[in-house]
Write a protein of this length. Sequence first.
Length: 215
Amino acid sequence: MINGIIGRKVGMTQLFAEDGTVTPVTVIKAGPCVVVQTKKSTGRDGYNAVQLGLVEDKPIKVKNVTKPMRGHFEKTGGGTPPTRILREIRLEEEPEVEIGEQVKADMFTDGDKIEVIGRSKGRGFAGTIKRHGFARGPMTHGSMNVRRPGSIGQSASPSRVLKGTKSSGHMGNARVTARGLTIAKVDVDNNLIMVRGSIPGPNGRLVVVKKSKIQ
């Protein structure tokens, strides 16, 4: 059974209950997706997985598909149209689905525990205070060490900066998995999932929504 789906983060909104309580939620447009490949198995590849393709409102034209990808879709034998977005969903057991089968938001129900995989917002080059939460230096008495990282080397051995030392550098734009999230509501007709809490990435970013192993 497939336990995940490709989606796109839409934004945040609120859900109002009958008693007046307000729940902030993140809206994800989940699917519809189509099964492109089912041949990933433990015996052949070392793991079980299916490959899903995200069916978008504006499909890609066949003439704009590269020859290698065109051959990949033709090998499936299911006559599935090419898609821009492809993702593998790992499974516990060998998949019991057929090529061309559609996966929609109705695979989830209200109250399900899920995890969302995406890429965080890119922050560019950042210093140690913003990137790692370093403390500031003194701002009086002529101090010149206001936002500097401080000493990171040694006076004797080994007299070099050790690997893995926290320093300034590129921040964000990394793969992030948000676990322990709960589905507040599922809109099956519009393929929308309302998730209680926040998920990584800006609006419009691609995400993978998977059922959590811990319910």
